[in-house]
Design a protein around this ligand. Structure first.
Ligand code: MG
Length: 382
């Protein structure tokens, strides 16, 4: 382990919080950010939100919560090795999916479709909305009032149109500059985490087959190394031994490749990182295509699998039904949402009302969305 590098995010040069606060007595500013994320209600709800498998399919599959913890773990290891700010990268990683809907990407796509005439729905922007506006925790400000650096990391993608509404935080999408290295790292760790845990979950569910996976280089190479060394290894221990070596291979590559890029550019501080013409965090020329090959494989064999697709079609139907019902009659939502929806309708018309409905639906866990759907169906029958 080494100290904080010059090009890392430093609290002393942080761009600060939206609302001024006295500094914490016993913690750093980024620690405070991380702790606020952990204490948020959106964070607790991640435990009942789907990653790939709907929450009630089994207790051993990843949820958004365990996914976020794995992202944080991977990101922290890389941050330590490169002298980056481990606490900041942890805060960003734990918060990165706070705005995700129930039912994984199907839920996000369905809600985006429902919102197409009202500015759309994007889970990344929603994560920012959760920490900036929607969490109701503190007497002095809305949201969690996180530092600029945490918010910069949470907002991974954003359309130029939406970015223009976001002031300083949106500037990088307008001017096409980069975020700090901790933000770049959390994004990479997200990809590494899901690529690997989806192999594990896919095998567990019987949707992926070992023989198929062996044709994918990243898996095939580790499979060969493990079975050569441990001839009798079988079952879960074999799978996990392969997956942990795959993670190790990609993580090591990110550390080496990013270290080389950083050394060649020598950014003197985080602002130099932001202005760098090349992305400084990344995989090398050998591992990156292998990582992308696995990603493509999972897309075809797991996310497009008929069992996953059937479930996703159901999920899309649930989200669309909920949206139409709540938009037609905001009184079907809890009273505080109904009140805000009426208020927003007065301020911004249909789009204002639709945004409140989307906020309500986006906050739902899988099981809550399913039970709300059943409640509405029952109401319709009587
Ligand atoms: Mg994620």
């Amino acid at each position: 382990m080494q100290g904080l590098a010059a090009y890392a995010a430093h609290e002393a040069t942080s761009r600060g919080r939206r609302y001024r606060e006295a500094p914490p007595a016993y913690r750093g500013e980024f620690q405070r950010d991380r702790d606020r994320v952990i204490h948020s209600s959106a964070f607790r709800r991640l435990v009942y939100k789907t990653q790939v498998f709907v929450n009630h399919e089994g207790d051993l599959y990843r949820t958004r919560l365990t996914h976020s913890l794995e992202v944080a773990q991977i990101a922290r290891t890389i941050a330590q090795a490169l002298g980056l700010n481990e606490t900041l990268v942890e805060a960003i990683s734990l918060a990165h999916d706070l705005g995700h809907t129930a039912f994984g990407h199907a839920g996000q796509d369905a809600l985006n479709q429902c919102m197409k005439d009202y500015g759309g729905f994007e889970h990344n922007l929603q994560s920012l909305r959760v920490v900036d506006e929607l969490e109701e925790k503190y007497a002095d400000f809305p949201g969690l009032n996180l530092t600029f650096e945490s918010r910069e990391g949470i907002l991974k993608h954003c359309s130029v149109k939406n970015a223009r509404q976001l002031g300083e935080l949106g500037e990088r999408f307008v001017h096409r500059t980069r975020p700090g290295l901790e933000a770049q790292l959390s994004n990479l760790a997200d990809e590494i985490a899901y690529n690997n845990h989806d192999v594990d979950d896919g095998l567990r569910a019987g949707l992926l087959q070992m023989d198929d996976l062996r044709t994918v280089r990243l898996f095939g190479e580790q499979h060969e190394a493990v079975t050569r060394r441990y001839r009798d290894l079988k079952g879960r221990r074999l799978v996990h031994e392969i997956v942990r070596r795959m993670i190790d291979c990609v993580v090591t590559d990110v550390i080496v490749s990013s270290g080389e890029r950083i050394a060649s550019v020598e950014p003197k501080d985080i602002d130099a990182v932001r202005l760098s013409p090349v992305a400084l965090m990344g995989m090398g020329d050998v591992v990156e295509p292998q990582h992308l090959e696995l990603k493509k494989f999972l897309n075809q064999k797991l996310y497009q699998h008929s069992r996953v697709q059937t479930m996703m079609a159901k999920a899309r139907d649930i989200i669309a039904t909920l949206f139409d019902a709540f938009f037609d009659d905001v009184g079907l939502m809890p009273s505080e949402f109904a009140k805000t929806a009426r208020l927003m309708r007065g301020e911004a018309g249909d789009a204002g009302q639709a945004r409140v409905v989307a906020d309500y639906i986006a906050g739902m866990t899988d099981r809550y969305a399913i039970s709300e759907h059943e409640r509405l169906e029952e109401k319709r029958r009587v």
